[in-house]
Design a protein around this ligand. Structure first.
Ligand code: COA
Length: 180
């Protein structure tokens, strides 16, 4: 239970004027290697993926939902201002993104994280990233950490059957694309 002296933040869809605030929250975590960096042009291009939590006009946190199809979406770039952690803001953001996924009839929402404890509180279970080929083809093949990935895959909802017909997408990635 959170202290009642802390007013609950509300989440809403982001709009372009929120971009500097979103970038301002994400960049320090990217600098610290906690989150993938997102440039201002990239956030502008994908701003409709984002929700923000705000209190009296100040952005306190953000998160994004990337849609692959009705079989899968991915939560990305979830972050809360350091001074406002553990006040329920992360939960509000994830719940807003899950609602958005449901609005699109998405059946499984996945994510990749180093803080699985937070997401397990919100109903996500451990998954094998090999079961999520959409993510691997989109991001992992160009990631220098491909074979040394330290992020934990999690999912909420039934893991989709392999829509590409490939049993093990890592096997299917040409060796030349893999980084040492
Ligand atoms: C992870 C993060 C978004 C959580 O946001 P938050 O606002 O602090 O989380 P909440 O206060 O909504 O917490 C929700 C629940 O998760 C728990 N929780 C939050 N962070 C946790 C952590 N690091 N370890 C374990 N449990 C955690 C809370 O105790 C709470 O549990 P409860 O509902 O049983 O009381 C925030 O810590 C953050 O911005 N971290 C840096 C960026 C990051 O790592 N993002 C995730 C990358 S995928």
């Amino acid at each position: 239970m959170y202290s009642y002296s802390i007013r609950m933040a509300r989440a809403r869809q982001a709009v372009l004027p929120d971009v500097p605030g979103i970038h301002g929250i994400l960049q320090p975590y990217a600098d610290a290697g906690v989150l993938l960096p997102r440039s201002i042009p990239e956030i502008c291009e994908n701003v409709r993926d984002f929700v923000v939590a705000e209190d009296e006009g100040r952005i306190l946190g953000c998160g994004a939902l990337h849609l692959y199809g009705t079989h899968l979406a991915e939560i990305r770039s979830i972050a809360v201002l350091p001074g406002r952690k553990r006040q329920g803001i992360g939960r509000v953001l994830v719940e807003a993104l899950l609602e958005e996924a449901a609005r699109h009839s998405v059946t499984c929402v996945c994510l990749f994280t180093r803080t699985p404890e937070f997401f397990s509180r919100l109903g996500f279970a451990l998954a094998r990233r090999e079961e999520l080929p959409d993510k691997i083809y989109k991001d992992c093949v160009s990631c220098p950490k491909l074979s040394l990935c330290d992020e934990i895959a999690m999912a909420k909802g039934p893991i989709p059957a392999n829509v590409n017909g490939l049993r093990d997408p890592l096997v299917a990635i040409p060796l030349a694309l893999r980084k040492p």
